[in-house]
Ligand binder design. Sequence first.
Ligand SMILES: NC(=O)c1ccc[n+]([C@@H]2O[C@H](COP(=O)([O-])OP(=O)(O)OC[C@H]3O[C@@H](n4cnc5c(N)ncnc54)[C@H](OP(=O)(O)O)[C@@H]3O)[C@@H](O)[C@H]2O)c1
Length: 331
Amino acid sequence: MFNGKQILITGGTGSFGKRFIKTLLSQYEPKRVVVYSRDELKQFEMQQDFDQPCMRYFIGDVRDKERLVQAMRNIDFVVHAAALKQVPAAEYNPMECIKTNINGAENVIHAALYNKVKKVIALSTDKAANPVNLYGATKLASDKLFVAANNMAGSQGTSFSVVRYGNVVGSRGSVVPFFKKLLAEGASALPITHRDMTRFWITLDQGVKFVFDNFARMHGGEIFVPKIPSVRITELANAIAPGLPLEDVGIRPGEKLHEVMCPADDSYHTYEFSDHFVIAPTITFNSRNNDFGCNKEGETGQLVELGFEYNSRNNEDFLSVAQLIERDLCE
Ligand SMILES: NC(=O)c1ccc[n+]([C@@H]2O[C@H](COP(=O)([O-])OP(=O)(O)OC[C@H]3O[C@@H](n4cnc5c(N)ncnc54)[C@H](OP(=O)(O)O)[C@@H]3O)[C@@H](O)[C@H]2O)c1
């Protein structure tokens, strides 16, 4: 699907972007891969590891519509991964988060439509489902923009879909590197915000594979949600530092005890497939009439029961300490 094609990744220097590009280059022979992000140092460092002739590095901000239009010239596929994603930072700097995550999404859509990009996948987060923090609210707004964008594209134009998943093991700013840093510094206890807290848990490779899979599956308009395990924060801390005491530090601004991925209110338009869910659009697309219970790969799903919610507390799949270690999730 990506052989001979031109692909642009906003936020290509981030945790997701780098792993996505590594996988792309190992499995396909793309014609051109464009990294689009702001910081020249991160791009310089990335160039040391990714110096293949097809690689291009564009300095640019997703807030800058004109630059995005320029960067997407001749591009076939876009992955929109650029975001401000730290919950507390978004609570204290709401307008900055809105400019990047919402206005940036609008700009990506505009540039993709203008350049007749074939398919766009935007990354979302469980925090966008029933959001309680500004980060999640901006990602929900972004999800809505990408779903609605299919109406602007018409029947033959760009298809836009969303991939929504939970905490990525080991990504920048996440809890595993944080705990490990404290451990390396000789901490006598690990801080946890609440003993009952649960989170969805996905590895970077699983997240990247899910995005690749959904480029093939998408009609446009879906929110794709993978079935992934949950972890209890106490068990995660025990897996990283067996026997070390835990110190309760209280829930942070904008934090939830448990995360939701498919809200109960969306159950009437949520389909369950073998390894994922699809939240179908609630709006009708004027020039497209897709059956979201059957994807472009021919896989079929069933509508979930009314009131069904996919959340990290009621998840049937929980990782134990032993499984966390066994599955190498703490590395
Ligand atoms: N990590 C997780 O646990 C997780 C979970 C669920 C969903 N997600 C979503 O997955 C996506 C990727 O996350 P990640 O973990 O890879 O994040 P990350 O490591 O923090 O990378 C973010 C990337 O976005 C770029 N960026 C930030 N602001 C930008 C702007 N205004 N214009 C252009 N580029 C900008 C950053 O580079 P510069 O700073 O140089 O611009 C960087 O390349 C995000 O959309 C996030 O919401 C992440």
